[in-house]
Design a protein around this ligand. Structure first.
Ligand SMILES: Nc1ncnc2c1ncn2[C@@H]1O[C@H](COP(=O)(O)OP(=O)(O)OP(=O)(O)O)[C@@H](O)[C@H]1O
Length: 371
């Protein structure tokens, strides 16, 4: 049996599409809805991150899927089954919380057996499933330990194993790495993602950490103020933000106001326009038709700008901070436009220097939505 088949057999191989249709949740006495309106559909086996700042409604969304909250409006579906009104224990969903929520008085083995026994699973089947899942999370040797005798990372793996051993049709993870130190967090990202791929289970993952969402996910749902701002593959979220809010929230970004001058015939994966800005006329890409004179923003990532003596744009370096592998410069340009420019240490310019710079039209993206 291949490792992937083995892993799927160990957790029952149940792929599921999740469909959130028109969800709304407004808690009593809250000034604004936790979820204003949410439509989100996943494919089978996808790893989806719900990403956004504190209070944007990520956890409430996850709790509506788990059955710990009930939406005021909208439906939650797994494949074609409407589970909106089912209690949590009837949903067949595995969940891992930030604080792991392990039973402290039970060994690792008993923690895993608990949910299986509750479901009336026979002894032999329990043993088979627990053995398989413990092997997957590499904890076979620690089966008789109590949670307090385990490190944070090991406890997290027990929590994952406990969620998977019931062979759920969906896995929900709510900031599961928040309590781990930085190095362990990075290891656990890879561990969870590899495990999820082997098992093939559809997963919703709540985080406010953008790099975590980028590294782990097939697609990222960026939320703000109870609304979905953008739902796309990580590269598109980073390179082709659809709104000023997404550009601001994801990574560091330069946002330049301007108005569309017209379409060019420059080659590239997306049509290139010229946009009139404080820097002058700049080339930038977009995938939708734009009208001449239309107000837009151009977003350029700091690492996409290069200092070059023959560059078409000019400014004065105000500060240069050494960050280790890169140097971050702030540059004051014509018309009062400030820019962040990130270079390798070898390309550093000092504060006070005059800078000429350039960027590819493919790295300048037009945002046409009003902020
Ligand atoms: N039980 C509740 N009663 C009243 N308001 C609530 C309740 N649960 C959440 N809220 C409010 O709903 C909004 C969204 O909360 P939610 O926990 O979903 O956000 P979040 O994006 O997960 O934030 P965080 O990352 O801080 O957990 C917040 O303003 C929060 O205060």
């Amino acid at each position: 049996m291949s490792e992937a088949t083995h892993a799927r057999a160990a957790t029952g191989r149940r792929t599921t599409r999740v469909s959130l249709d028109g969800l709304r949740k407004h808690f009593d006495n809250a000034p604004a809805p936790a979820i204003a309106h949410l439509d989100l559909q996943t494919e089978e086996g996808e790893f989806i991150s719900l990403l956004g700042p504190s209070g944007c409604g990520k956890t409430t969304t996850l709790r509506c899927v788990a059955g710990f909250e009930f939406p005021d409006e909208g439906r939650v579906r797994l494949n074609d089954e409407d589970i909106t009104d089912l209690p949590p224990e009837k949903r067949d969903i595995g969940m891992v919380f930030q604080n792991y929520a392990l039973f402290p008085h039970l060994t690792v083995w008993r923690n895993l057996a608990f949910g299986l026994e509750m479901r009336g699973i026979g002894k032999a089947e329990c043993r088979r499933r627990i053995d398989d899942v413990l092997a997957m999370v590499q904890l076979t040797a620690l089966a008789e330990r109590y949670p307090r005798q385990l490190s944070g990372g090991q406890q997290q793996r027990v929590a994952l194993a406990r969620a998977l051993v019931i062979e759920p049709r969906l896995l929900l993870l709510d900031e599961p790495l928040a309590n781990l130190d930085a190095v362990l967090r990075e290891d656990m990202r890879v561990f969870i993602r590899e495990l999820q791929k082997r098992v093939g289970i559809t997963t919703l993952y709540v985080t406010h950490d953008q790099s975590e969402a980028m590294v782990m996910s097939d697609r990222v749902a960026v939320m703000l103020g109870g609304k979905l701002l953008q739902f796309d593959v990580p590269e598109a979220i980073y390179m082709r933000p659809r709104s000023v809010e997404v550009a601001r929230f994801i990574g560091r970004s330069n946002l330049i106001e301007g108005s569309v001058e017209g379409l060019t015939d420059e080659p590239g994966p997306y049509p290139t326009y010229r946009v009139s800005t404080a820097l002058g006329s700049v080339p930038a890409s977009h995938d939708q038709p734009l009208a001449t004179g239309q107000p837009v923003h151009v977003t350029i990532r700091p690492e996409a700008i290069r200092f070059r003596n023959d560059g078409p744009y000019a400014g004065r370096v105000q500060s240069a901070y050494f960050l280790g592998s890169t140097v971050e410069h702030t540059v004051q340009c014509a018309g009062g436009q400030g820019l962040l420019v990130q270079t390798s240490p070898g390309r550093r310019l000092d504060a006070g220097a005059q800078a000429a710079f350039a960027f590819d039209p493919g790295h300048a993206w037009i945002i046409s939505a009003a902020p």
